[in-house]
Each structure stands twice: as C-alpha cells, then as structure tokens.
Design a protein around this ligand. Structure first.
Ligand code: GDP
Ligand code: IMO
Ligand code: MG
Length: 440
C-alpha cells in the first residue's frame, strides 16, 4: 500500500507542511528524508500556529509515528528546543523517531556557513546560515558526525577531532570561540545524545514494517525542486536533493515502495535567497503578493521574492519528480488581480525560445519570461470548500495549470487554515467519506 512522497515543486515554502498535516491523518508514518532546519513548515490548526523545522508535520496527531530519516541533517540544539516547545504546548511527541544514521550539524558547520557567505560577498547564495551546506559536505567527505556517535563520548571526541583537523585554517577566526572548544562540544553533544536516546532507532525498518503491513507512509520533503543540488538553479541551491527520488535514499526504501508523488505549488511563485527567478515581479504587484501572501521566510524572517506562476519550471518539476498530482496552494492570494499571467516559455535576448527548462546557467539568468494571460477573479474565496464554490475564472486558472502539466490538481488551498482547502473532483468524495467515517 501507498508510499506517498510530498515534494516542493518550486523554490520552497509552497505549503508542504499544511498538505503533509492534512494527508497525515490517513498515514501511519510520516518521515522527513532530507534537508535540516533550513526548512520551516507551517501548520495553522484551530487558529494556533505551529512552525516545524525538523519534526515532521504529522506530529499534531497524538501518538502518530513521525520519523527524521537518515537523509536529514540534524542540529540537536534546534531539535531539543523544538521538542521542548511542543511539550510545553501539550503536544504528544512520544511518536518521534530519529535515525541513528542521520548526520549532525555541529557548531563549526554553522560558523563555516556564515563565513562562507561573507567571503562570497555580493555573490552570496543567501543560505539560511544554519550549517546545512558544511554538514552535508562533511557527510560526503566521510567526516560527518552521526546521531549514533552522540551516544559514545569517546567516539564522539575522536570524530570531532578528525572532522575539525582539515578545517583548521578556515576556523582560525573562531579559535577563541567557546562553542568550538573540544571539551565543551563533546559534553554538550553527549548531553543531547542522552536526551534524544529514547527516540533514536532504525527508521528505515519503521518504513519497511509499515509498507509490508500495507500501511501508508508519507515522505515529507523539504525545500523545493528548483533548490535541488543536482537539478536546481546551481549554485543557488541547497546542499541536499529535495526531489522525490531522494525519498528512497533519505528514508531507506526502494523506488518500488513509492506509489504516489504529490507536488506542492503555490498559485504564483516565491523564492527566498539569491539566484535566478525568471518570472520575478520587482514592482508593486510583487509587493502586493508579498503583503497579501504574508511572504516572509518561516525560518529566517527574510522577505520572499514574488512573481507569476512559472509553468516552464513547474513542468520541469513534474517530470523530475514523476508527480502524480498537484496541490495548488494560496489561490486566495490572487483574488482581485486581473489579468493573471502564467509564464509559458522563456526567450533568450538573442531570440532563442525555450519551452523546456534550459540546462545552461547563463540562459536561466538572462531568460525573459513569455506570458499567457488569463482572466482574474474577485472576492474572498477563503470560505469555498467545493470546486463549484469557486468563481469560474479561478476554476479556469486551475484547469489551465492541470492542462499545461498533464496531471490533475487534486487539492487547492484557499487560506492558511487547516480546513481552508478544496478537494477537487472525486477526491472530494473521498475526503467527505473519511470525515463521515471519523464522525460516525
Ligand atoms: P512549507 O515550507 O512548504 O511548509 O511552507 P511555509 O510554511 O514555509 O510557507 C507557506 C505559508 O503559506 C505558511 O505561512 C502557510 O500558513 C501559508 N499557507 C499555506 N497554504 C495557504 C493557502 O492556501 N492560502 C494562504 N493564504 N496561505 C497558505
Ligand atoms: P522549506 O522546507 C525556501 C534556500 C535558502 C537559500 C538556499 C540555500 O521551508 O520549503 P541552505 O541554508 O539550504 O544552504 O540555503 O536554499 N532554502 C529555502 N528556501 N524554503 C526552504 O525550506 C528553504 N531551505 C533552504 O534561502 O536560497
Ligand atoms: Mg517553509
């Protein structure tokens, strides 16, 4: 039975947290498979806001098994804080499981992330400065510290020394930083290990057992396809693979365990951090989208860059992830904007036309978007719960997206609240049946 992957179809912040929370109701296990606390996933339930950075977005269902897979990089300071905050809000976190093989973000990773950005100056990537890139670099260089290493102070000490050795020169400016003192690091991280120990396990086996028993496993992606280390707008990307294929590696399952891939896309586009963004609106309309969509970063609080929906990039994401369905969020934000535009191709200043996402970095940087115009819609759609409640123009907008992508739009977001969604077509029937079964 189903393994369902949830991926960001754009540059992150598409509403993965909200959709994961919704689908998690039917799932037995929710597992994060890549990224770290560069992610910020928001869930608004009964007016209460939750922002998750490491803990999977299924944790609000009491006792639900929620796993942090081997592919995630974990800052234990952030994780223990997140756990504390949830406990404080009386959320049951007993279902949290942490892969013993996940890598750990160390204080020197955070320092090196910031130092690297400062060194790049104007060319900076605009990272979240959470140590993500340096932690994944150490993993690839086989100098990483893993969660299981936190459980043995002797091993931990040796591994930290080995990992820091080749970084001596880069870390020289931090020589007197108490956070980087070897003894302090070993003590602090061993304490984290001790606190997290009850949650540490083999999370791949949790997935196999659930799938073998015909249960549903949700693989919760972080970031988005266009931030993928291999397929995104390199070097303005993150240091992991947010695409669906990475769910296999980052959770420890095989490709045949995946049955569905849901791509989450906003009804427009946003990006936080530097890098090319062909359909960006650097005018008043961009500001309007930012204000109305509350487009400030969940993790860093930075304003997000906003623009029209880019169907060239979205088609690329559909293919890269073999998406089976789309969830389109934040349709409500487009209300009152007329006409609406969607980018259908790029044009290079020298005339070449690109219907497909170009592989060449300088083309992506200079590409001009070409738009198709669609009629806008009016009014507050936040209370719409059925497809037919939406204005005809809003339905046409969604139909145009589905047509261009060749896959159905199965879920539409009409507001930040958990219940502010529309299940499209027959999915609505399924959702109603589920809610009837719940209230029976
Ligand atoms: P994630 O990183 O993909 O989980 O997305 P974020 O949580 O970083 O950003 C999405 C933001 O949009 C959050 O503030 C959500 O509460 C909000 N949001 C999600 N879906 C909708 C929607 O359909 N309409 C509106 N107005 N806001 C939404
Ligand atoms: P969620 O899961 C949006 C961006 C950063 C930067 C680039 C590299 O909430 O969608 P990093 O710290 O990963 O080395 O930064 O990636 N970025 C995100 N943008 N949403 C995210 O996560 C992001 N995580 C990283 O802004 O451009
Ligand atoms: Mg986010």
């Amino acid at each position: 039975m189903p393994g369902i992957v949830i991926v960001g179809a754009q540059w992150g912040d598409e509403g993965k947290g909200k959709v994961t929370d919704l689908l998690a109701e039917q799932a037995d296990l929710v597992i994060r498979f890549q990224g770290g606390n560069n992610a910020g996933h928001t869930i608004i339930r009964d007016g209460e806001t939750f922002k998750f950075h490491l803990i999977p977005s299924g944790i609000l269902y009491p006792g639900k098994t929620c796993a942090i897979g081997n592919g995630v990089v974990i800052d234990p300071a952030v994780l223990t804080r997140e756990l504390e905050e949830l406990r404080h809000r009386r959320i049951d976190v007993s279902g949290l499981r942490i892969s013993a093989n996940a890598h750990v973000i160390m204080p020197y990773h955070v320092k090196l992330d910031t130092a690297g950005e400062l060194k790049l100056g104007k060319l900076e990537i605009g990272t979240t400065r959470r140590g993500i890139g340096p932690a994944y670099s150490d993993k690839a260089a086989r100098l990483g510290i893993r969660v299981q290493d936190l459980l043995d102070p002797k091993i931990l000490r040796k591994k930290i020394m080995t990992a820091m050795e080749p970084k001596q020169q880069m870390l020289r400016p931090f020589a007197k930083d108490p956070e980087l003192d070897l003894h302090t690091m070993v003590e602090t991280y061993a304490t984290y290990g001790h606190r997290l120990e009850p949650h540490i396990t083999d999370t791949a086996k949790l997935c196999w057992d659930a799938l073998d028993a015909d249960r549903t496993v949700l693989f919760e992606g972080a970031q988005g396809t266009m931030l993928d280390l291999d397929h995104g707008t390199y070097p303005f990307v993150t240091s992991s693979n947010p695409v669906a294929g990475a769910a296999c590696i980052g959770a420890g399952v095989g490709p045949r365990d995946i049955d569905e891939v849901w791509g989450i896309a906003k009804a427009y586009t946003t990006r936080v951090g530097a890098g090319p963004f062909p359909s960006e609106l650097e005018d008043g309309l961009g500001d309007t989208l930012r204000e109305r969509g509350g487009e400030m970063g969940t993790t860093t609080g930075r304003p997000r860059r906003c623009g029209w929906l880019d169907l060239v990039a979205l088609r690329y994401a559909v293919r890269l992830n073999t998406m089976t369905a789309l969830a389109v969020t934040k349709l409500d934000v487009l209300s009152g904007i007329d006409p609406l535009r969607v980018c259908v191709r790029y044009r290079h200043p020298e005339g070449a036309v690109f219907d497909e996402f170009p592989y060449h970095q300088s083309i992506i940087h200079t590409a001009e978007p070409e738009y198709e115009e669609l009629p806008g819609f009016e009014g507050d759609i936040g209370d719409c719960r059925r497809e037919e409640d939406l204005p005809a123009e809003a339905r046409d907008y969604l139909a145009a997206i589905a047509d261009h992508m060749g896959i159905p739009v199965r879920l539409v977001g009409v507001g930040p609240g958990r219940d502010q969604v529309i299940w499209m077509g027959s999915d609505r029937q399924a959702a109603l049946l589920r809610s009837e079964a719940r209230s029976a």
